[in-house]
Design a protein around this ligand. Structure first.
Ligand code: LMR
Length: 391
């Protein structure tokens, strides 16, 4: 059987981790995969996560299976954080292995309706297309961001979505766009929401960086207004970054509808898809999130630590944009983008030159993980980029 297969290439973003690890240079810099790092270059465990793990260790008395939909208390608490308390919206969730698991269940659900395609912005997180086509969902694209001019292409996006048909889904990033960091204005969100509602499209909103953009509530403001303007939506939530639980694979997918029966029917389908795939979700990360969100003290500590990360990231972003000034006319835009990423107008050759000559690792797309910078690295990285581009 295996002789019928051809070898698949490694995922380029994940392969970059191995290349970085194998590089013996002590001053190498990893700006590849999206993890938050502190000034020492470590991806820290939140204080509240450690405290919650301790409590779980002390009190957990079984490792028996969790329910197929996961832990309902975790889902309720997570939904309060994401959706707030809107009485007219019904959200039924399923705990998933990370945000990717949530996206895959959502994709399988859309595919199961037999009608829709999914519309994906360009550029987007590289794995979006893989997850959707892996589910057999036809993928169409809309322009979203022009890397050379660092501008959002809202008019082109809306024009492209004019071709979408009722029943199609549209992938949107709730905040901290990956890979561009580009920030839609309130007016942009209104136009996008109006077009989605008018054409009968279903938003699939990817929320992977809540708390890293403008703040915990601010980062879900657009999401909350879209879901109150459309009859149905799907929300894929990742706890990887917001709780620093990357390897615990913690997330959830929520089917949101104005009718409770509709959201519950959608959830029953999501549960059936999960059962036929991995049965039930891993527990540990969700137990941590539940323990934090249940405790006012842990919750306060977690949100304060997250807020300090956000402020550090903003300062890094600003100094990086300042240090790049003069290289590109619109490098200044990088300073007003948000979240972990920006995407620079670098060619593949320039990216490889940065890697080989300076030990600076970024993917060939030119995406840079600003959260991987240290204050002392900013000038060196900016100068290497300027050199790589001009030589
Ligand atoms: C990223 O974009 O770097 C992260 O979401 C990690 C991943 O799985 O790609």
């Amino acid at each position: 059987m295996f002789e019928t297969l051809s070898r698949k290439p490694n995922d380029p973003l994940l392969a970059l981790i191995g290349l970085f690890d194998a590089d013996p240079r002590p001053d190498k810099i990893d700006l590849g995969v999206g993890v938050y790092r502190d000034e020492a270059g470590h991806s820290p465990i939140f204080r509240a996560v450690k405290a919650a793990e301790h409590l779980i260790y002390e009190t957990q008395n079984t490792k028996s299976y969790v329910a197929p939909e996961g832990d309902q208390t975790f889902l309720d608490l997570l939904w309060s954080l994401v959706g707030g308390h809107t009485a007219t919206i019904h959200a039924s969730g399923v705990q998933t292995p990370g945000g990717s698991g949530a996206l895959r269940l959502a994709a399988d659900l859309i595919r199961g309706t037999g009608t829709g395609k999914i519309w994906l912005g360009q550029p987007s997180w590289p794995n979006h297309a893989g997850i959707f086509s892996g589910a057999g969902l036809p993928v169409e694209t809309y322009p979203f961001f022009d890397v050379a001019s660092q501008t959002i292409l809202v008019d082109s996006m809306i024009n492209a979505l004019e071709r979408a048909e009722p029943g199609d889904a549209v992938l949107l990033h709730a905040c901290c766009h990956n890979p561009s960091g580009a920030v839609l204005t309130a007016d942009d969100w209104c136009r996008i929401t109006a077009m989605i509602a008018a054409r009968g499209l279903t938003p699939l909103i990817d929320l992977a960086y809540q708390g890293f953009g403008a703040g915990l509530d601010e980062d879900v403001a657009a999401l909350r207004s879209i879901i109150s303007a459309v009859p149905e939506a799907l929300i894929a939530v990742s706890c990887s970054k917001s709780f620093g639980l990357y390897r615990e694979r913690t997330g959830a997918v929520f089917a949101v509808a104005s009718l409770q029966s509709a959201s519950e029917t959608a959830r029953s389908n999501l549960v059936a898809i999960a059962r036929a795939s991995y049965s039930m979700p891993p527990d540990h990360g969700a137990a941590i999130v539940k323990t934090i969100l249940c405790s006012p003290e842990l919750c306060r500590d977690w949100s304060e630590e997250l807020e300090s990360m956000r402020h550090r990231l903003l300062a890094l972003r600003k100094s990086f944009a300042d240090a790049l000034a003069g290289r590109w006319s619109n490098a200044v835009a990088i300073g007003s983008q948000e979240g972990m990423f920006s995407i620079l107008p670098l060619s593949q050759t320039e990216v490889l030159k940065l890697r080989e000559k300076h030990g600076i690792y970024i993917p060939t797309s030119g995406r840079i993980n600003v959260a991987g910078l240290k204050r002392n690295d900013v000038a060196r990285v900016a100068s290497a980029i300027k050199g790589a581009v001009s030589s």
